[in-house]
Design a binder for this molecule. Structure first.
Ligand SMILES: [Zn+2]
Length: 241
C-alpha cells in the first residue's frame, strides 16, 4: 500500500483549514462576550459616577440651605442688635454675629469646594458616558460582524469537512485505523511534513529506514508523536542531506 506525499500534504492542508475555521467560529462568540463585558463595566462606571454626582449635589444643596438659614439668622440678630436695650446685650449679640459670620465663611468654602467637585464629576460623567456610547457602538459592530460571518464560516466548515472525508477515504486501508485514532485526538497534528530528516511536528530524528520508506511513498508514522509523515513538495529522492 502506498500513499503519495501530495495526497498527504493535501490532507494536512484540509486539517489546517478546519483548525482555522473552527478557531474563527470559536473566537466570534468570545469577541462578542468580550465587548459585552466591556460595555457592562463602563455602564457600572457611569452609574458610580452618577451616584457620586448626585450625592455631591445633595450635599452642596444642603449646605447652601444651611448657609441661607444662618444668613437669615444673622439678619435677625442684626435687627435685635439695632434694638439692643443694654450695652451687655449689644455686646453679646455682636459676639454672636461675629461667630456666626466666621462659621458661614467656613461653610462658604465648603460650598465652593462642593461646586468644584460637582463640576469635576459632571465632566467625568460626560467622558464616561461618551466612552460607554463608543463601546456600545463598537460592541454592536462586533456582534453584527461575527453574526454576519457565522453562516459563511459554518458552510465553509461543512464544505471542508466533506473534503476531509474524501481525502481520508483515499488513505490506504491498512493505516486508516491508526490515522483515525491520531486524527481524532490531535486534529491537524495527525500529520507532519518532514523537515530535513526530522519530524516537522515534534522534531524527532527519523531513521534512514523511515526516510527510505517515505521516498518509496509508503506510509510512515513518527515513532515519537504518532504523526503521519510526508515529504516536502518537490522532494522525491534522497539528496543525501
Ligand atoms: Zn513526530
Amino acid at each position: 500500500m502506498s500513499v503519495t506525499a501530495d495526497a498527504l500534504r493535501e490532507l494536512h492542508q484540509i486539517h489546517k483549514q478546519l483548525t482555522d475555521l473552527r478557531g474563527r467560529l470559536d473566537r466570534g462568540p468570545k469577541q462578542i462576550a468580550g465587548s459585552e463585558s466591556t460595555v457592562r463595566r463602563m455602564q457600572m462606571e457611569v452609574e458610580q459616577i452618577k451616584e457620586a454626582y448626585q450625592k455631591a449635589r445633595v450635599s452642596c444643596d444642603g449646605k447652601q440651605l444651611q448657609l441661607k438659614g444662618r444668613e437669615d439668622k444673622i439678619d435677625d440678630l442684626q435687627n435685635k442688635l439695632n434694638l439692643a436695650a443694654s450695652n451687655k446685650e449689644y455686646q453679646a449679640l455682636n459676639d454672636q454675629i461675629a461667630a456666626d459670620k466666621q462659621a458661614n465663611l467656613v461653610l462658604q468654602d465648603e460650598i465652593l469646594e462642593g461646586m468644584e467637585k460637582i463640576d469635576e464629576l459632571e465632566a467625568k460623567l460626560k467622558a464616561a458616558a461618551a466612552s460607554l456610547a463608543k463601546s456600545t457602538e463598537e460592541g454592536a459592530k462586533v456582534k453584527q460582524r461575527v453574526e454576519g460571518e457565522h453562516a459563511g464560516l459554518e458552510s465553509e466548515l461543512g464544505r471542508v469537512q466533506a473534503e476531509l472525508k474524501v481525502a481520508e477515504a483515499n488513505l490506504p486501508v491498512d493505516i486508516k485505523g491508526n490515522y483515525d485514532r491520531v486524527a481524532k485526538v490531535r486534529g491537524e497534528e495527525a500529520l507532519a511534513e518532514v523537515d530535513g530528516k526530522v519530524c516537522g511536528g515534534c522534531y524527532q530524528m527519523l531513521t534512514s529506514n523511515m526516510m527510505n520508506e517515505l521516498y518509496m511513498s509508503r506510509p510512515v508514522f513518527c515513532k515519537s508523536c504518532g504523526a503521519l509523515l510526508y515529504l516536502p513538495e518537490g522532494r522525491v529522492v534522497d539528496d543525501g542531506d
